[in-house]
Design a protein around this ligand. Sequence first.
Ligand code: ZN
Length: 296
Amino acid sequence: MNPRFQHIYNTLPAGLVAPFKSVFDGNSFKGILTPSQFESLKQASSLDEQQLKVTLLPFAAAYSIAPISNFNVGAIVKGDSGSFYFGANLEFIGAQLGQTVHAEQSAISHAWMQGETGVQDITINFSPCGHCRQFMNELSTARTLQVQLPERDEMSLQAYLPESFGPQDLGIETALMTPINHGYQFSQEDELIRHAVIALNKSHAPYTNNHSGLTIRVASGELFSGSYAENAAFNPSLPPLQVALVQMQMAGLEFTEIQEIALAEMEQGSISHLADTQSTIEAINPDIPIQYVAID
Ligand SMILES: [Zn+2]
Protein backbone atom coordinates (compact mmCIF):
# COMPACT_ATOMS: atom_id res chain seq x y z
CA MET A 1 0.00 0.00 0.00
CA ASN A 2 1.17 3.54 -0.79
CA PRO A 3 1.28 5.28 2.64
CA ARG A 4 0.70 8.66 0.95
CA PHE A 5 -2.89 7.66 0.17
CA GLN A 6 -3.76 5.51 3.18
CA HIS A 7 -5.80 8.18 5.00
CA ILE A 8 -7.93 8.78 1.90
CA TYR A 9 -9.29 5.24 1.67
CA ASN A 10 -11.06 5.67 5.01
CA THR A 11 -13.09 8.52 3.50
CA LEU A 12 -14.20 6.62 0.37
CA PRO A 13 -17.38 4.55 0.05
CA ALA A 14 -16.36 0.93 0.76
CA GLY A 15 -17.07 -0.19 -2.80
CA LEU A 16 -14.55 2.28 -4.22
CA VAL A 17 -11.55 1.27 -2.14
CA ALA A 18 -10.52 -1.81 -4.15
CA PRO A 19 -10.71 -0.19 -7.62
CA PHE A 20 -8.89 2.94 -6.41
CA LYS A 21 -6.19 0.87 -4.73
CA SER A 22 -5.67 -1.13 -7.91
CA VAL A 23 -4.68 2.10 -9.70
CA PHE A 24 -2.92 4.08 -6.96
CA ASP A 25 -1.01 1.45 -5.03
CA GLY A 26 1.16 0.16 -7.86
CA ASN A 27 4.78 1.34 -8.04
CA SER A 28 4.14 2.52 -11.56
CA PHE A 29 1.69 5.26 -10.49
CA LYS A 30 3.34 8.67 -11.12
CA GLY A 31 0.50 11.12 -10.64
CA ILE A 32 -0.92 10.48 -14.12
CA LEU A 33 -4.11 8.65 -15.07
CA THR A 34 -4.40 7.34 -18.62
CA PRO A 35 -7.78 7.61 -20.34
CA SER A 36 -8.34 3.85 -19.83
CA GLN A 37 -7.46 4.03 -16.10
CA PHE A 38 -9.83 6.97 -15.69
CA GLU A 39 -12.56 5.12 -17.57
CA SER A 40 -12.13 2.02 -15.40
CA LEU A 41 -12.49 4.15 -12.23
CA LYS A 42 -15.56 5.80 -13.74
CA GLN A 43 -17.15 2.40 -14.42
CA ALA A 44 -16.27 1.02 -10.99
CA SER A 45 -17.53 4.10 -9.14
CA SER A 46 -20.64 4.92 -11.24
CA LEU A 47 -19.54 8.57 -10.93
CA ASP A 48 -19.66 10.94 -13.89
CA GLU A 49 -16.44 12.59 -15.08
CA GLN A 50 -16.78 15.71 -12.94
CA GLN A 51 -17.75 13.79 -9.80
CA LEU A 52 -14.82 11.42 -10.28
CA LYS A 53 -12.33 14.29 -10.73
CA VAL A 54 -13.57 15.87 -7.49
CA THR A 55 -13.30 12.47 -5.75
CA LEU A 56 -9.70 12.20 -6.99
CA LEU A 57 -8.64 15.60 -5.59
CA PRO A 58 -7.47 14.25 -2.19
CA PHE A 59 -5.10 11.91 -4.07
CA ALA A 60 -3.56 14.94 -5.83
CA ALA A 61 -3.45 17.00 -2.60
CA ALA A 62 -1.60 14.08 -0.94
CA TYR A 63 1.49 15.21 -2.91
CA SER A 64 1.40 18.70 -1.36
CA ILE A 65 4.59 19.92 0.32
CA ALA A 66 3.39 22.89 2.40
CA PRO A 67 5.60 23.28 5.48
CA ILE A 68 4.83 27.03 5.73
CA SER A 69 1.06 27.24 5.16
CA ASN A 70 0.11 23.65 6.08
CA PHE A 71 -2.59 24.26 3.45
CA ASN A 72 -2.70 21.28 1.10
CA VAL A 73 -3.94 22.08 -2.38
CA GLY A 74 -4.49 19.52 -5.13
CA ALA A 75 -5.28 20.09 -8.79
CA ILE A 76 -6.01 17.78 -11.71
CA VAL A 77 -5.82 18.82 -15.36
CA LYS A 78 -7.08 16.95 -18.39
CA GLY A 79 -4.58 17.16 -21.23
CA ASP A 80 -5.46 17.26 -24.92
CA SER A 81 -4.50 13.54 -25.14
CA GLY A 82 -7.23 12.66 -22.63
CA SER A 83 -4.80 11.79 -19.81
CA PHE A 84 -5.19 13.38 -16.36
CA TYR A 85 -2.26 14.96 -14.48
CA PHE A 86 -2.07 15.61 -10.77
CA GLY A 87 -0.51 18.71 -9.25
CA ALA A 88 0.02 19.97 -5.70
CA ASN A 89 1.43 23.06 -4.05
CA LEU A 90 5.13 23.26 -3.16
CA GLU A 91 6.68 25.58 -0.53
CA PHE A 92 10.32 26.00 0.50
CA ILE A 93 11.43 26.66 4.05
CA GLY A 94 14.29 29.16 3.93
CA ALA A 95 13.61 30.59 0.44
CA GLN A 96 11.54 33.67 -0.35
CA LEU A 97 7.80 33.21 -0.96
CA GLY A 98 8.07 34.06 -4.66
CA GLN A 99 9.65 30.61 -5.15
CA THR A 100 6.37 28.87 -4.16
CA VAL A 101 4.54 26.71 -6.71
CA HIS A 102 0.73 26.66 -6.65
CA ALA A 103 -1.19 23.43 -7.32
CA GLU A 104 -2.61 24.74 -10.60
CA GLN A 105 0.90 25.63 -11.85
CA SER A 106 2.06 22.20 -10.70
CA ALA A 107 -0.60 20.21 -12.58
CA ILE A 108 -0.20 22.33 -15.73
CA SER A 109 3.60 22.12 -15.80
CA HIS A 110 3.35 18.38 -15.06
CA ALA A 111 1.15 17.90 -18.15
CA TRP A 112 3.40 20.19 -20.23
CA MET A 113 6.61 18.30 -19.43
CA GLN A 114 4.84 15.02 -20.27
CA GLY A 115 4.28 16.35 -23.80
CA GLU A 116 0.75 17.69 -23.59
CA THR A 117 0.08 20.68 -25.88
CA GLY A 118 -2.92 22.05 -24.02
CA VAL A 119 -5.24 21.42 -21.08
CA GLN A 120 -9.00 21.26 -21.48
CA ASP A 121 -10.05 21.63 -17.87
CA ILE A 122 -8.74 21.90 -14.34
CA THR A 123 -10.27 20.62 -11.10
CA ILE A 124 -9.07 22.20 -7.83
CA ASN A 125 -10.02 21.67 -4.19
CA PHE A 126 -10.04 25.44 -3.46
CA SER A 127 -10.96 28.47 -5.55
CA PRO A 128 -8.01 29.49 -7.75
CA CYS A 129 -6.10 32.52 -6.43
CA GLY A 130 -5.58 35.58 -8.64
CA HIS A 131 -1.97 34.55 -9.35
CA CYS A 132 -3.16 31.21 -10.80
CA ARG A 133 -5.98 32.76 -12.81
CA GLN A 134 -3.34 34.96 -14.43
CA PHE A 135 -0.93 32.00 -14.88
CA MET A 136 -3.67 30.03 -16.67
CA ASN A 137 -4.49 33.00 -18.93
CA GLU A 138 -1.13 32.33 -20.64
CA LEU A 139 -2.18 28.85 -21.82
CA SER A 140 -2.78 27.72 -25.40
CA THR A 141 -6.31 26.86 -24.21
CA ALA A 142 -6.94 30.00 -22.09
CA ARG A 143 -10.06 30.96 -24.08
CA THR A 144 -11.75 27.55 -23.61
CA LEU A 145 -10.33 26.25 -20.31
CA GLN A 146 -12.98 25.10 -17.81
CA VAL A 147 -12.50 25.28 -14.03
CA GLN A 148 -14.21 22.79 -11.71
CA LEU A 149 -14.41 23.16 -7.92
CA PRO A 150 -16.11 20.83 -5.44
CA GLU A 151 -19.79 21.69 -4.98
CA ARG A 152 -19.73 24.30 -7.74
CA ASP A 153 -20.85 24.30 -11.35
CA GLU A 154 -18.02 24.22 -13.85
CA MET A 155 -17.12 27.73 -15.09
CA SER A 156 -14.74 29.01 -17.73
CA LEU A 157 -11.41 30.59 -16.79
CA GLN A 158 -12.64 33.73 -18.55
CA ALA A 159 -15.61 33.87 -16.13
CA TYR A 160 -13.10 33.68 -13.25
CA LEU A 161 -10.90 36.37 -14.84
CA PRO A 162 -13.10 39.04 -16.43
CA GLU A 163 -11.53 41.93 -18.34
CA SER A 164 -8.24 40.07 -18.25
CA PHE A 165 -4.75 41.26 -19.15
CA GLY A 166 -2.89 38.74 -21.27
CA PRO A 167 -0.19 38.00 -23.86
CA GLN A 168 -2.11 39.76 -26.65
CA ASP A 169 -1.89 43.05 -24.72
CA LEU A 170 1.88 42.84 -25.14
CA GLY A 171 1.64 41.78 -28.78
CA ILE A 172 2.56 38.14 -28.05
CA GLU A 173 0.94 35.47 -30.25
CA THR A 174 2.58 32.35 -28.77
CA ALA A 175 1.09 30.64 -25.72
CA LEU A 176 2.21 28.39 -22.90
CA MET A 177 2.14 24.69 -23.94
CA THR A 178 2.13 25.44 -27.67
CA PRO A 179 4.67 22.97 -29.12
CA ILE A 180 7.89 24.80 -30.00
CA ASN A 181 11.57 24.05 -30.58
CA HIS A 182 13.80 27.12 -30.33
CA GLY A 183 16.56 25.06 -31.94
CA TYR A 184 19.50 26.09 -29.73
CA GLN A 185 22.47 23.77 -29.44
CA PHE A 186 25.39 23.52 -27.08
CA SER A 187 28.49 21.58 -28.02
CA GLN A 188 29.03 19.60 -24.86
CA GLU A 189 28.61 15.87 -24.38
CA ASP A 190 27.47 16.04 -20.76
CA GLU A 191 24.11 14.25 -20.50
CA LEU A 192 22.71 16.54 -17.82
CA ILE A 193 23.49 19.70 -19.81
CA ARG A 194 22.17 18.12 -22.99
CA HIS A 195 18.80 17.53 -21.30
CA ALA A 196 18.75 21.05 -19.83
CA VAL A 197 19.20 22.42 -23.37
CA ILE A 198 16.34 20.19 -24.62
CA ALA A 199 14.17 21.72 -21.87
CA LEU A 200 15.40 25.21 -22.80
CA ASN A 201 14.26 24.63 -26.37
CA LYS A 202 10.69 23.96 -25.15
CA SER A 203 10.48 27.01 -22.89
CA HIS A 204 7.94 29.82 -23.16
CA ALA A 205 9.82 33.10 -22.67
CA PRO A 206 8.46 35.59 -25.20
CA TYR A 207 8.85 38.61 -22.89
CA THR A 208 12.55 38.34 -21.97
CA ASN A 209 13.77 35.83 -24.59
CA ASN A 210 15.63 34.15 -21.74
CA HIS A 211 14.77 30.66 -22.95
CA SER A 212 15.89 28.35 -20.19
CA GLY A 213 15.76 24.80 -18.97
CA LEU A 214 16.98 22.82 -16.00
CA THR A 215 17.59 19.12 -15.42
CA ILE A 216 17.93 17.28 -12.11
CA ARG A 217 19.75 13.96 -11.71
CA VAL A 218 18.54 11.87 -8.76
CA ALA A 219 20.29 9.06 -6.90
CA SER A 220 18.81 6.34 -9.15
CA GLY A 221 20.23 8.13 -12.22
CA GLU A 222 16.79 9.20 -13.41
CA LEU A 223 16.54 12.71 -14.91
CA PHE A 224 13.77 15.29 -14.33
CA SER A 225 13.62 18.37 -16.55
CA GLY A 226 11.84 21.69 -16.34
CA SER A 227 11.28 24.39 -18.96
CA TYR A 228 10.75 28.04 -18.06
CA ALA A 229 7.08 29.21 -18.25
CA GLU A 230 6.89 32.99 -18.54
CA ASN A 231 3.76 35.09 -17.96
CA ALA A 232 2.51 38.37 -19.42
CA ALA A 233 2.13 39.73 -15.87
CA PHE A 234 5.76 38.65 -15.15
CA ASN A 235 5.33 37.71 -11.44
CA PRO A 236 3.29 34.52 -12.03
CA SER A 237 6.12 33.15 -14.24
CA LEU A 238 7.31 29.69 -13.23
CA PRO A 239 11.12 29.21 -13.22
CA PRO A 240 12.71 26.07 -14.73
CA LEU A 241 13.89 24.80 -11.32
CA GLN A 242 10.33 24.80 -10.00
CA VAL A 243 9.03 22.99 -13.09
CA ALA A 244 11.71 20.29 -12.70
CA LEU A 245 11.02 19.93 -8.96
CA VAL A 246 7.31 19.46 -9.72
CA GLN A 247 8.19 16.51 -11.97
CA MET A 248 10.08 14.88 -9.07
CA GLN A 249 7.36 15.72 -6.55
CA MET A 250 4.60 14.23 -8.69
CA ALA A 251 6.69 11.12 -9.39
CA GLY A 252 6.68 10.64 -5.62
CA LEU A 253 10.39 11.33 -5.03
CA GLU A 254 11.94 13.20 -2.10
CA PHE A 255 14.22 16.17 -2.79
CA THR A 256 16.86 14.46 -0.62
CA GLU A 257 17.43 12.26 -3.70
CA ILE A 258 18.75 15.18 -5.80
CA GLN A 259 22.39 14.54 -6.78
CA GLU A 260 23.16 17.25 -9.32
CA ILE A 261 21.51 20.03 -11.33
CA ALA A 262 22.24 21.69 -14.69
CA LEU A 263 20.76 25.07 -15.64
CA ALA A 264 20.89 26.34 -19.23
CA GLU A 265 19.79 29.82 -20.26
CA MET A 266 20.53 32.51 -22.83
CA GLU A 267 23.65 34.61 -22.54
CA GLN A 268 21.79 37.61 -23.99
CA GLY A 269 18.53 37.26 -22.01
CA SER A 270 17.32 40.37 -20.16
CA ILE A 271 17.01 38.34 -16.94
CA SER A 272 18.81 35.37 -15.35
CA HIS A 273 17.62 32.41 -13.27
CA LEU A 274 21.06 31.68 -11.82
CA ALA A 275 20.84 33.58 -8.52
CA ASP A 276 17.29 32.39 -7.71
CA THR A 277 18.16 28.80 -8.65
CA GLN A 278 21.21 28.93 -6.36
CA SER A 279 19.28 30.42 -3.43
CA THR A 280 16.37 27.95 -3.69
CA ILE A 281 18.74 24.98 -4.01
CA GLU A 282 20.65 26.38 -1.03
CA ALA A 283 17.38 26.14 0.94
CA ILE A 284 16.86 22.50 -0.17
CA ASN A 285 20.45 21.31 0.28
CA PRO A 286 23.52 23.55 -0.05
CA ASP A 287 25.68 20.59 -1.09
CA ILE A 288 23.86 19.99 -4.40
CA PRO A 289 26.25 20.94 -7.24
CA ILE A 290 24.87 23.20 -10.01
CA GLN A 291 26.29 23.16 -13.54
CA TYR A 292 25.56 26.31 -15.52
CA VAL A 293 25.71 27.04 -19.24
CA ALA A 294 24.86 30.29 -21.03
CA ILE A 295 24.05 29.88 -24.71
CA ASP A 296 24.70 32.60 -27.29
ZN1 ZN B 1 -2.82 29.93 -6.81
